[in-house]
Design a protein around this ligand. Structure first.
Ligand code: APR
Length: 353
């Protein structure tokens, strides 16, 4: 997945380069700066001494020494002074300068901390938004794997307004996979002396609250074994196999007037995976990938479900990732970055790959 938010200690990231949230002296400090210098060993400071500092918004590169990465890119974020002093512009410049250096040194993978969001006081949710915006912009034109490394304690401040709305929606609709509404209804109906095959009204939240799980079971016609319908021949059935996932995906890309690259970048899907889907009509992607394309293409619910079905999946209220995506499509929120922030905050699988 080109861009991923991960919970980790950045000094443990096995990538080509990690980014250090340094200060203008480049001579070390606390926070992530201190952690990186401790893990890299004294030779990092020796090399930093030769760099003659770094201006806020700029970046300089050194070797990684004892760290599991080849390079450390040192960048200096702005100190937060309320937001009216060009802080956003300077922070964006940190990400652009660091990514440009990573590209210059042919890095295929790079990990960022949330620059300026610790000692320098930049509000974390806003700091993450700047990071996601700049990294996404870079990835539209470049192939690289970028991680935003977040400390667990920081994660609680992420997710924003959408997070709160989604949590409320999950509370409303989430059905635990161990919950069998029909068994519950029969059980409670028997307990109330109702006939075993009586009609049940579909549970409503208030009913459930009153422990009245009652269902309306429409009189489903019993399946007729050996139906009188003429049996379609296997050839007929095979000839009706409609378009594959890949064929529908390419058709929707054309209908939306997108390029392939614009679509898979928006979906946070790796170019190689997209080519696999494009070149093999029988290829079936993961659910996260299928959902990511539904979001990237801004499909209405029925088309999103159709695309998902072609990958062999369906949306389910016993799957919290599905509920998050369902809520976002229902409310017209196709911002994959924001959706992945909420999924990250809920410790759920992000969309993309
Ligand atoms: N791995 C990942 N993230 C980390 C780690 C770590 N090991 N340590 C801290 N963080 C997180 C913090 O929780 C915060 O979200 O990195 C983010 C940046 O925090 P700081 O390290 O305080 O950096 P910043 O806010 O940019 O302040 C820079 O602090 O350490 C000094 O010398 C540094 O003067 C400079 C200032």
């Amino acid at each position: 997945m080109p861009l991923e938010i991960v919970r980790n200690d950045i000094t443990r990231m096995e990538v080509d380069a990690i980014v250090n949230a340094a200060n203008e002296t480049l001579l070390g400090g606390g926070g992530v700066d201190g952690a990186i210098h401790r893990a890299a060993g004294p030779r990092l400071l020796e090399e930093c001494r030769t760099l003659n500092g770094c201006e806020t918004g700029q970046a300089k590169i050194t070797r990684g020494y004892n760290l599991p990465c080849q390079y450390v890119i040192h960048t200096v974020g702005p100190i937060w002074k309320g937001g009216a002093n060009g802080e956003r512009k300077l922070l964006a410049s940190c990400y652009r300068s660091s990514l440009a250096l990573a590209k210059e040194y042919h890095c295929e993978s790079v990990a960022f901390p949330l620059i300026s969001s610790g000692v320098y006081g930049y509000p974390k949710a806003e700091a993450l938004q700047v990071a996601m915006d700049e990294i996404t912009r870079f990835l539209l034109e470049n192939d690289m794997t970028v991680y935003i490394v977040v400390f667990t304690r920081d994660a609680v401040e992420l997710g924003g307004k959408l997070y709160k709305e989604v949590v409320a929606y999950i509370d409303d609709v989430y059905v635990s996979e161990h919950y069998d509404p029909y068994r519950e209804a029969r059980r409670s109906a028997r307990a109330d002396g109702a006939p075993a095959n009586g009609l049940f009204r579909r549970p409503h939240r208030e009913d459930t609250a009153r422990n009245e799980t009652i269902f309306a079971e429409s009189a489903m016609p019993a399946p007729v074994i050996g139906s009188t319908e003429p049996k379609a021949s296997l050839d007929d059935m095979l000839s009706q196999v409609d378009e594959s996932f890949g064929q529908m995906l390419l058709r929707k890309i054309d209908e939306k007037g997108l390029t392939d690259a614009a679509c898979y970048k928006r979906a946070n899907v790796d170019r190689r995976l997209f080519n696999k889907i494009k070149n093999n009509p029988a290829y079936r992607p993961s659910k996260q990938t299928a959902l990511a394309f539904a979001i990237a293409l801004e499909l209405p619910m029925n088309e999103a479900k159709e695309l998902l079905m072609k990958a062999g999946f369906a949306l389910s209220h016993s799957n919290k990732e599905d509920i998050v995506v369902e809520y976002c499509i229902m409310t017209g929120n196709y911002n994959l970055i924001e959706i992945n922030q909420v999924l990250f905050r809920l410790d759920l699988q992000p969309l993309g790959y």
